[in-house]
Ligand binder design. Structure first.
Ligand code: CP
Ligand code: NVA
Length: 334
């Protein structure tokens, strides 16, 4: 019988990483699973990995996850999150497996049994599914598997990492930056709000009645707020955007809400990011969107494709931040 302690198996013997603030982060179901320091550590590492990517095979992290494997379990479509994780593992020397979601997340067996099977082979599972409670069931059933939220109905914490790296790159530092969010108080908005509060970003949110951020998100963000971060809800998108450093929006109808699309189109008509709305923001303000976008709905095409758009920087940064997250969760950060 093996004497290896599989709970803490670190193929690279990187036990020193136990000193990082990430040591306790066995799950990343929510930005709130991290301390503000851990979040800052992750962003700083992502910036370093982005710089070092040009070294290719000579990058110091090229084999950092050798011996580790990542399972991608996706109940909903994905380009950026899925491919970002695949490339991340390849570039870090680990391997990826993609069990069909109908087999792993369907009705074939209990989620707890899926977790207790995967933990015997796999270091990390990145899971995109519907209710956040499904992720919690998986995480609670295992003591070994690292579990990452690759998007649920409620939260999208991997997206928030890339968004914050993009803000950092464009603004020099995120503390004191003013970000406006116009649109649905959804999964992307929730994780953005958590991260903004923890990093000292002032966030102004404008959503139509009935589509605001959940009270619990606001309460958690205010509890976690650092460096004087102000999280404010506005009725009028112009009030949210006025003088802001960046303007963020997301789709009106998220995956799984397709039957509400008509009702939502009516409710969100005034919550579109247009050139006129961007003109109310700061002189150098830029536009953010997690993608995929629906031009003509939540954003006009000339804003999405215009010179102030940062959306492909955000998309690129999904890779660098997901690499950082994996390295830190597996105790293999350089
Ligand atoms: N932003 C984002 O999560 O994109 P995908 O749905 O393509 O993964
Ligand atoms: N709010 C969107 C984000 C997609 C990346 C959705 O959940 O569909």
């Amino acid at each position: 019988m093996s004497t290896m302690n599989t709970t803490d198996a670190m193929p690279n013997g990187s036990a020193a990483a136990a000193c990082t603030p990430f040591a306790a982060a066995r799950t990343y179901l929510s930005v709130l699973d991290l301390t503000p320091d851990a979040l800052e550590t992750c962003l700083a590492l992502a910036a370093r990995l982005k710089r070092e990517r040009r070294l290719g095979a000579a990058a110091p992290t090229r084999q950092a996850l050798a011996g580790h494997s990542l399972a991608l379990l996706f109940d909903k479509p994905s380009l950026r999150t899925r491919t970002g994780f695949e490339i991340a593992m390849q570039e870090l020397g680990g391997i990826v497996t993609c069990p069909p979601s109908a087999d792993a997340l369907g009705t074939r067996e209990a989620l707890a049994d899926v977790a207790r099977t995967l933990e015997r082979w796999i270091s990390v599972a990145a899971i995109r599914t519907f209710e956040q409670s499904r992720l919690r069931q998986i995480a609670q059933a295992t003591t070994r598997l690292r579990v990452v939220n690759a998007l649920t109905n409620e939260e999208h914490p991997c997206q928030a990492l890339a968004d914050c790296l993009t803000l950092r790159e464009r603004c020099g530092a995120v503390r004191g930056v003013t970000l406006a969010y116009v649109g649905d108080g959804n999964n992307v908005a929730t994780s953005l709000t958590h991260a903004a509060a923890m990093l000292g970003v002032h966030l102004r949110l404008a959503s139509p009645a009935g589509y605001a951020l959940p009270e619990a998100t606001l309460a958690a963000a205010r509890r976690m707020a650092r460096h004087g971060a102000r999280i404010v809800e506005c009725e009028d998108p112009v009030d949210a955007v006025r003088g802001a450093d960046a303007v963020y929006t997301d789709v009106w109808t998220s995956m799984g809400q397709e039957t509400e699309a008509t009702r939502r189109r009516e409710a969100f008509g005034e919550y579109r990011v247009t050139g006129a709305l961007m003109a109310q923001a700061g002189r150098d303000a830029f536009f953010m969107h997690c993608l995929p976008a629906h031009p003509g709905e939540e954003v006009d095409a000339d804003v999405l494709d215009g010179p102030r758009s940062a959306v492909f920087d955000q998309a690129e940064n999904r890779l660098h931040t997901q690499k950082a997250l994996l390295l830190l969760m597996l105790g293999a950060a350089p």
